[in-house]
Write a protein that binds this ligand. Structure first.
Ligand code: NAI
Length: 341
C-alpha cells in the first residue's frame, strides 16, 4: 500500500538535503509516492506566482503529510516568513523537536535526551509589526487561551504517551504577565486537571537557559511559546552536535509537516557539503508518525532501518564536515544506504 507524501525541497541547502533524505527513505523499501511541490524562493524560481502556492497547501492538506526543506526569510526587510504562513495556514500548532546525544558525535555533554514542544501558531513569532510613527515600531504578541491550552494538552499527552516524566514550561511571565502569564496558567491547569502523574515546573527562561547549559540532563520535555521555542531549539541543538543532527515535526489535527530545525544555510548552499542527517531524522519521525496514524507497521520497521544505518555510519566516522568528517551530502546518504544491508 503506497503512501502519498509531498516533498518540498525549499531553498538554499534544501534541495540537496531533500534529495539525500528521499534517497535514504526510498532505500528502506518504504513505499512512498512522492510528489514534489515548491515553497519559498524556490516556488518563484519554478514559475509560481506566490512564495506559498495554494496548490502546495492544498496538496499537503490532501495527503496529510509533507517532508520539507528550509525556506529562506530575508532579514530585516522583504517578505514575511513562508514557514510561519505554512504552519498557520495548515494549523500545525505543535512543533516537536527531539534533542538527543548521538553516539560518536563529540560534544561537551553526554546523555542529553530532551524534547522541545513549541507552540507554533502565535506569540511574537507571528511577526505582527508596524511603525506607528517615524522611529517607533511595535510588535504585537498574541497569546490566546485556546492555543495555550491546546499546546499544553499536546505536550502533556506527549509525555504520557512516550513515558516522559517531567514537563518544564519556559516563560517570562514575571515581565509579560498577561501573555506568558496566561500561557503558564493554562499549562498549570492542564497539569492539575489531568496529568498529576507527570512532574511539572515553571522555569523563567533566562535562568532556564543557564541551567540548560550547566546540566541539560535535568530537563525532559520543554514546553514553550513560539519565539522561545525557536531560540531554545537552536540552543539545544548546540548541546548535541549542532543543526545537522536536530530533526523536527510540525503537527496539527489534520496532518503534519516534517522538517529539520536548521535553515537554508546560504553560506554552504550549492556546495554539496550540508549534512542531510537532520532531515533524514525528520524522515524517521515522519515514518513513525505515518506508521501510527495510518496503522502501517512496515513504516516503523523502515524508520528503524534508517536509525540503525546512521548509528553505524556515525560509529565508523562516516560523517559530513560539520561533524568532523569528509563526506559530501549525497556521499553521506549513500553511506547510509550501503549500511542497510
Ligand atoms: P541556518 O540554520 O540556515 O544556518 C546556521 C549555521 O548552521 C550556518 O553556519 C549553516 O551553514 C549551519 N548549518 C545549518 N544547517 C546545516 C546542515 N544541515 N549541515 C551543515 N551545516 C548546517 O540559520 P540562519 O543562517 O540563521 O538562517 C538562514 C536562512 O534560513 C534564513 O533565511 C532563515 O530565515 C531561514 N530559516 C528557515 C528555517 C525553516 O525553513 N524552517 C529555520 C531556520 C532558518
Amino acid at each position: 500500500m503506497s503512501t502519498n507524501v509531498v516533498l518540498i525541497p525549499g531553498d538554499g541547502i534544501g534541495p540537496e538535503v531533500a534529495q539525500a533524505a528521499r534517497r535514504v527513505i526510498d532505500a528502506t523499501g518504504a513505499d512512498i509516492n512522492w510528489t514534489t511541490r515548491h515553497a519559498g524562493e524556490a516556488a518563484l524560481a519554478h514559475g509560481e506566482a506566490s512564495l506559498l502556492p495554494q496548490a502546495t497547501l492544498d496538496l499537503i492538506s490532501e495527503c496529510g503529510v509533507a517532508l520539507k526543506g528550509p525556506c529562506t526569510t530575508p532579514i530585516g526587510t522583504g517578505f514575511r516568513s513562508v514557514n510561519v504562513s505554512l504552519r498557520k495556514s495548515l494549523d500545525l500548532y505543535a512543533a516537536v523537536r527531539p534533542i538527543r546525544s548521538m553516539a560518536n558525535v563529540r560534544t561537551r555533554y553526554e546523555n542529553v535526551d530532551l524534547v522541545i514542544v513549541r507552540e507554533n501558531t502565535e506569540g511574537l513569532y507571528g511577526g505582527i509589526e508596524s511603525e506607528i510613527t517615524k522611529g517607533v515600531c511595535t510588535s504585537t504578541k498574541v497569546t490566546t487561551e485556546a492555543a495555550s491550552r491546546r499546546i499544553a494538552e499536546y505536550a502533556f499527552r506527549y509525555c504520557r504517551d512516550r513515558g516522559r516524566r517531567k514537563l518544564s514550561v519556559f516563560h517570562k511571565a514575571n515581565i509579560m504577565k498577561f501573555t506568558d502569564g496566561m500561557f503558564i496558567r493554562c499549562a498549570r491547569e492542564v497539569h492539575d486537571a489531568n496529568y498529576r502523574d507527570i512532574a511539572f515546573e515553571e522555569v523563567i527562561i533566562d535562568a532556564g537557559c543557564m541551567r540548560m547549559v550547566q546540566d541539560p540532563t535535568r530537563f525532559d520535555v520543554i514546553l514553550a511559546e513560539n519565539l522561545y521555542g525557536d531560540i531554545m531549539s537552536d540552543l539545544c541543538a548546540g548541546l548535541v552536535g549542532g543543526l545537522g543532527v536536530t530533526p523536527g515535526a510540525n503537527i496539527g489535527e489534520k496532518g503534519a509537516v516534517f522538517e529539520a530545525v536548521h535553515g537554508s544555510a546560504p553560506d554552504i548552499a550549492g556546495k554539496g557539503v550540508a549534512n542531510p542527517l537532520a532531515l533524514v531524522m525528520s524522515g524517521v519521525m515522519m515514518l513513525n508518525w505515518l506508521s501510527t496514524s495510518r496503522n502501517n507497521p512496515h513504516l516503523r520497521a523502515c524508520a528503524d532501518r534508517i536509525r540503525r544505518a546512521y548509528d553505524s555510519a556515525l560509529n565508523d566516522g562516516a560523517t559530513t564536515r560539520d561533524l568532523g568528517g569528509t563526506l559530501g551530502t549525497m556521499e553521506f546518504a549513500e553511506a547510509l544506504v550501503s549500511r542497510m544491508g
